[in-house]
Design a protein around this ligand. Structure first.
Ligand code: DGL
Length: 239
């Protein structure tokens, strides 16, 4: 099966990683829109323009389905665009909410981008939600292991008021799991794991992974390796 996946940058790789782990034989085509990130502060019209262009590109690669590996697009425009392209489109919110209800989780806090928190998509399940505008730029700039980043994480966590569970409501945030665990005892909910578990995909194909990003530099290459732990070829593609 040929699967397209996209996000604003490296965040969606945390979803891709889970899919490769669970279904290694499929073929994956990833697009990270690094030239246009962050998505977390874009309005719905801007998000839809980017989604249209990227999904069109993935369709041309003859994918069988597309995973929107982005909490911001999933929470703001998924219901509007899901039947627009004549292609199976999966978001990251539906599987995450299902995971919460299947496991009867309560006492939940959410960390997300400003637009995800503003969408109210998690409001029914969450007791506290915090918009974290500073995290994606730090992660994309290769600063996830700095004191600056840790201090910011500590501050955001404070506003969650010690929940038992934390939804990492942006696909970038699993790269901060170790730092978050240093300062919180909560169970961390990784949306990529929820998606992979939810999809129950066939596992047949060429076992190939192709990575496209709209802007490529050395920091990006390091970031990709840090998440996927493997050296894949990275192609620059502006769309
Ligand atoms: N990783 C994406 C998300 O889950 C996009 C974050 C951003 O670019 O601000 O929301």
């Amino acid at each position: 099966m040929k699967i397209g996946i996209f996000d604003s940058g490296i965040g969606g790789l945390t979803v891709l990683k889970e899919l490769i782990n669970d279904y290694p034989h499929n073929e994956y085509i990833y697009f990270g829109d690094t030239l246009n990130l962050p998505y977390g502060t874009k309005n719905k019209d801007e998000l839809e323009i980017r989604a249209d262009l990227i999904i069109d590109f993935l369709k041309k690669q003859k994918v069988n389905m597309v995973v929107i590996a982005c909490g911001t697009i999933s929470s703001n425009i998924y219901s509007k665009i899901k039947d627009k392209y004549g292609l199976m489109l999966i978001d990251v919110l539906t599987p995450t909410i299902k995971y919460i209800s299947d496991n009867k989780l309560t006492d939940i806090g959410v960390l997300g981008t400003p637009m995800t928190i503003q969408s109210g998509s998690f409001s029914e399940v969450a007791k506290s939600e915090v918009a974290c505008p500073l995290l994606v730029p730090l992660i994309e700039n290769g600063k996830k292991d700095t004191k600056e980043c840790e201090d910011i994480v500590i501050d955001y966590l404070k506003h969650l008021h010690n929940p038992k569970n934390i939804i990492l409501g942006c696909t970038h945030y699993p790269v901060l799991s170790e730092i978050i665990k240093k300062h919180s005892k909560a169970h961390l909910i990784n949306m990529g794991k929820c998606v992979s578990q939810y999809l129950k995909l066939p596992n047949i194909g060429t076992a190939k992974v192709t990575l496209y990003f709209s802007k490529v530099d050395e920091i990006l290459k390091d970031n990709v390796f840090n998440i996927l732990k493997q050296n894949y070829e990275i192609q620059e593609k502006i769309i």
